[in-house]
Design a binder for this molecule. Sequence first.
Ligand SMILES: Nc1ncnc2c1ncn2[C@@H]1O[C@H](COP(=O)(O)OP(=O)(O)OP(=O)(O)O)[C@@H](O)[C@H]1O
Ligand SMILES: [Mg+2]
Length: 291
Amino acid sequence: MQHNNRILFIENVVKVYGSKTVLDDIDLAVTKGEFCTIVGPSGCGKSTLLRLILGQESATSGKIIIEGKPVSKPSPERGIVYQRYSLFPHLTVLENIMIGKLLPLPFWKSLGLKKFREEALYYLESIQLAEHADKYPHQLSGGMQQRVAIAQALIMKPRILLMDEPFGALDPGTREAMQVLILELWQAHGMTVFFVTHDLEEAVFLGTRILVLSQFYTDGRGSIQRGARIVADYPLNTFSVKVKETAEFGSFIQKIRYEGFDPKNLQHVTQFNLEHSDSFQTLDDNVSGRV
Ligand SMILES: Nc1ncnc2c1ncn2[C@@H]1O[C@H](COP(=O)(O)OP(=O)(O)OP(=O)(O)O)[C@@H](O)[C@H]1O
Ligand SMILES: [Mg+2]
């Protein structure tokens, strides 16, 4: 597998914390513009995978290549939005959106920079909060604060946007509105998105590709503690109707639940449903059970 034309290329990535292997052998190639949703049982390593892509942590072994270069420390090309609002309480909404642009500048240069203000206003409008520019975060609802956090990431024009359960703390109505908004912003800005969620419906609705990460599988290694692997990988853009109520949608979600979340269902590594055309797998003989 080559990393040409892939915005992200991960091969044989293992992440160990202490004596615990969290990610076992991750292989993942992603084409620019893809909206990848990541699901899997709690504690399987979804946030860890995002931190590796962000460059906040390094892999124990394996290769992570972003836009042709090995990943290094976090950079503005990769933005992240967390579940909990990450706003500065003593800054206004507009200042919160501009802050990422201002921080790298020397103090005197950051004064009176009209350009940044205008840019921040543009993002504020795109998240439909223009009239709240001068409010402080505590004066906004949770959904509004989360929209500001998204604008805060977008103004840096990240080519890769990482989102870790960004809508997890929102009520259902706000959550649906945010789903529509994020799809609009993704289309408008042409980003590649990695979106972790616990909500399988949300994952199938939003994504162009779904990655199921799970420690529930088997291989040729006997009874060891296994780290998570990508046990299923499906394209979603060919999914005929993205309407949550259809039977097709419902049965697809059942299948994902069975493949990734059922501790009794231990699929063999050689039988994973890796149907996405970018999907690949490096298995050594020991792991594939061929020895
Ligand atoms: N810095 C760390 N040091 C030690 N162990 C860690 C560290 N970060 C994560 N872990 C462990 O790695 C495993 C995966 O954690 P991670 O947060 O990536 O899971 P997750 O899939 O995001 O879970 P959740 O769905 O609950 O958010 C867990 O067992 C966790 O305890
Ligand atoms: Mg997590």
